[in-house]
Design a protein around this ligand. Structure first.
Ligand SMILES: Nc1ncnc2c1ncn2[C@@H]1O[C@H](COP(=O)(O)OP(=O)(O)OP(=O)(O)O)[C@@H](O)[C@H]1O
Ligand SMILES: CC(C)(CO)[C@@H](O)C(=O)[O-]
Ligand code: BAL
Length: 282
């Protein structure tokens, strides 16, 4: 498995694969890889001949007070994990390679409506940064397929809409959330948790499942359900960012008659912000 840092080198290698009629699958990541990321690589390998994993901590999607500087960067360990999973190529560009004119002067992509609310409300400009970097990566790599995790449910919706609206010739594939044994969604940011916080964290998924079961049983007073879920999280010691019950397709607040609903949550344990979600079909 090779790792390349420059677009020029990447394109030269990909040209060779294209000449052999090989299809290309892309797994965009910010590194510090865990089993969740590896499941995306395996899924990409099922769809495509060649799997490219990109590792880039994208400054454009971080807010001024967020963890851009402290975000874990572990390229050597990541390479070992990817090689064991059958990944073909790692693309780990510098910020200069992705944004040659600098962040402030770079063209940006705004994806309306699905970017609003949830994480979009708490992290202004976040999805603009995500959509922009994913479109740049799509143009750099020109994959046939790209795989994203359902753990970042709103992000997946934003990328699906961007790809559709801009007629990008890339098939977007969603992959289920990989969890720890106690239900906590695997996330690079879990490494920030203290021992005490790590013991509390699985309550997020337990509450999501409990509320999902009530909805599956016919409860449809979504505002009350969301309020109670938020209260339970606060009682457990989390600082709630949001607990929302949304239509799974539009991401707008769910209406009582909606068949597909998704429960989305973001909450802080200490300074660590965790997100998770569960979908229900009624
Ligand atoms: N537990 C998981 N199961 C499945 N996919 C995941 C999981 N965690 C992350 N992913 C997916 O991996 C891709 C890269 O995500 P990213 O590098 O941000 O990892 P992360 O662990 O979510 O990190 P962070 O802590 O920043 O949220 C995204 O498509 C994301 O949805
Ligand atoms: C899709 C992504 C790699 C874009 O930077 C990032 O948002 C992530 O890791 O989910
Ligand atoms: N997994 C989404 C990347 C971020 O939190 O910035």
């Amino acid at each position: 498995m090779r790792t390349v840092h420059s677009l020029k080198e990447l394109r030269a290698i990909l040209r060779g694969y294209r000449q052999q009629q090989k299809t290309v699958g892309l797994v965009p990541t910010m590194g510090n890889l865990h089993e969740g990321h590896i499941s995306l690589v395996r899924k990409a390998a099922e769809a495509a001949d060649i799997v490219v994993t990109s590792i880039f901590v994208n400054p454009m999607q971080f807010g001024a007070n967020e963890d851009l500087d402290t975000y874990p960067r572990t390229l050597i360990e990541d390479q070992d994990k990817l090689s064991a999973a059958g990944n073909t190529l790692v693309f780990a560009p510098s910020a200069e390679e992705v944004y040659p004119d600098g962040l402030a002067r770079h063209t940006r992509i705004v994806v309306p409506e699905v970017s609003d609310g949830h994480c979009g409300a708490s992290r202004p400009g976040h999805f603009e940064g995500v959509a922009t970097v994913v479109s740049v990566l799509f143009n750099m790599i020109q994959p046939d397929f790209a795989v994203f995790g359902e753990k970042d449910f709103q992000q997946l919706a934003v990328i699906r809409k961007m790809t559709r609206d801009l007629m990008m010739p890339v098939e977007v594939i969603g992959a289920p959330t990989v969890r720890e044994k106690d239900g906590l969604a695997k996330s690079s940011r879990n490494t920030y948790l203290s021992e005490e916080e790590r013991k509390i964290a699985p309550i997020i998924f337990r509450i999501l499942e409990a509320v999902a079961a009530k909805i599956a049983d016919g409860h449809n007073d979504f505002q009350v359900l969301a309020q109670e879920a938020g209260d339970s999280l606060r009682e457990a010691g989390l600082r709630l960012d949001y607990f929302n019950i949304a239509n799974s397709h539009t991401l707008k607040p769910a209406a009582p008659e909606d068949r597909d609903v998704t429960l989305l949550v973001a909450a802080f344990l200490g300074t660590t912000r965790l997100i998770d979600n569960v979908s229900v079909t009624r």
